[in-house]
Design a protein around this ligand. Sequence first.
Ligand code: AKG
Ligand code: FE2
Length: 282
Amino acid sequence: MHIEKASPGCGAIVTGIDIRSISDSEFQLIYRAWLEAGVICIRGQELTIEDFLSYGRRFGEIFPHLVKKSRHPNHPELTVMGTNARNADGTVNRPVYTRGHGWHTDGPWDPKGCKATQLFGLEIPSRGGDTLFANMAMAYNSLPNTLKKRIQNLEADYVYGGVSRKSSELLEPEDRNLPPVRHPLIRTHSETGQKTLYFNPTHLLRIVGLSDQEAKDLFQELEQYQIAPGAEYRHKWEVGDLVTWDNRCTLHSATADYPIEERRVHWRCTIASDDAKGVLIS
Ligand SMILES: O=C(O)CCC(=O)C(=O)O
Ligand SMILES: [Fe+2]
């Protein structure tokens, strides 16, 4: 097994293994490299759905995503991303094509918490369609001390799609108005002890105790620090890439820029954990 850094800020690439037959000690090496890098890609995998889900379970409990439309009919924990990105008349189905575009972490709106997300590249376009990642411990470290102090006790509420609930077209009507989930703006990673800026503009509803204007001003200020210099990694997908990211300490964004006549399809699953849990506000 060979593990190398993908960029100075975050990400690691693993080659020379078949995850279907790794031992527990090999998985521990992968898990430790993942904690250090925030994002890990195992290249060149050939997986069945069961192989994909079993690997996900090594990171923690897997559970179905709120978006029911893209759940696999026989495996609700499996989301199939990117099919139907093109309508029958050839036009772009925007909610599908742009899904995941904009910096965010997954599931801040989910009371189950969302420790990690895992994608497996099945069909990759000839250009575009990369995924961007950024290290949020570096974002925290880049904050001026005065700003760190100002936000140290602040908490934010999250709903799917944020203030505009703009991605809620993907949800069923009964799931569009769920109560928000609250997280601190600064969190301490339970496994690495690192402090991170936990700021998720895509799903952010409000900052507790601030007026809309105060929150807007603070968003704008934090947005300048959200991607620290050198903190970013651009993942260029290959078929057979198995990528897992840590939602407690990284942000990501789909680039939504591949040719619409091509296909970009991934399997996806979400991994829960108590320490990634927010507080349900009802
Ligand atoms: O498709 C991508 O590149 C990322 C999509 C995304 O944000 C997600 O699966 O959580
Ligand atoms: Fe995402």
